[in-house]
Design a protein around this ligand. Structure first.
Ligand SMILES: CC(C)(COP(=O)(O)OP(=O)(O)OC[C@H]1O[C@@H](n2cnc3c(N)ncnc32)[C@H](O)[C@@H]1OP(=O)(O)O)[C@@H](O)C(=O)NCCC(=O)NCCS
Length: 175
């Protein structure tokens, strides 16, 4: 059904926006130690999460926050890196997108991909003037989706609480 200005967006299942991006790491991606620079992985994470947010919200969405970016294992030149992402939770105009990054070592054919990084990003869907617009509720399809939704709500509460606490501490401070 078409979405109009006075109608709420229709709920969408997690599978509707789930997206993966893959890339082979090259010698242009390395840090001074010779392993892959964290920023290269972060760019892949932001790209795949942005695609998910755009698919879920049906239009442009901007990165509002990145947290829980965890690097678990080094990535090497030649590794085939996959970033898998989906919407974990949707609010009124914002969404949390979870990203799992895995790497297939270039020199070990047939071994299971290694889990190398995880991240949680908040995207806000925007109108052409940059102001926030409503996003569809997300429908969890599996028990894992439900768990991700529960955990996303915990992260949302802690993000908002720490932001409020910091704002209050700035207001109460007399410099
Ligand atoms: C993201 C942005 C559109 C939010 O605009 P805003 O006027 O602060 O919007 P609001 O206060 O109405 O918040 C909108 C939603 O975003 C959420 N939000 C805003 N900032 C957030 C933050 N730092 N962390 C988590 N959620 C945030 C709000 O909770 C709200 O969610 P809800 O509607 O689901 O309840 C605005 O800050 C912006 O344009 N930022 C720059 C984004 C950008 O350029 N990204 C690329 C980086 S290079």
């Amino acid at each position: 059904m078409r979405q109009t200005a006075d109608m709420e967006p229709e709920p969408k299942p997690t599978s509707a926006a789930r997206t993966s991006l893959s890339r082979i790491m090259t010698s242009l991606d390395v840090n001074l130690l010779g392993t892959v620079h964290g920023g290269v992985v972060m760019k892949l994470v932001d790209d795949v999460a942005g695609a998910v947010a755009q698919r879920h919200s049906g239009g442009p969405a901007v990165t509002a926050a990145v947290d829980g970016m965890t690097f678990l294992e080094p990535v090497r030149v030649g590794d085939l890196v996959h970033a898998h992402a989906q919407v974990n939770w949707a609010g009124r105009t914002s969404m949390e997108v979870g990203v799992r990054v895995v790497a297939e070592p270039w020199d070990q054919a047939g071994v299971p991909p290694k889990h190398v990084a995880t991240a949680y990003l908040v995207f806000v869907a925007v109108k052409p003037d940059g102001s926030p617009r409503e996003v569809p509720p997300v429908v969890a399809e599996t028990e894992s989706d439900q768990r991700r939704g529960r955990e996303a709500r915990i992260r949302r509460r802690s993000r908002l609480a720490s932001r409020q606490e910091i704002m209050a501490s700035r207001e109460s401070r007399v410099d």
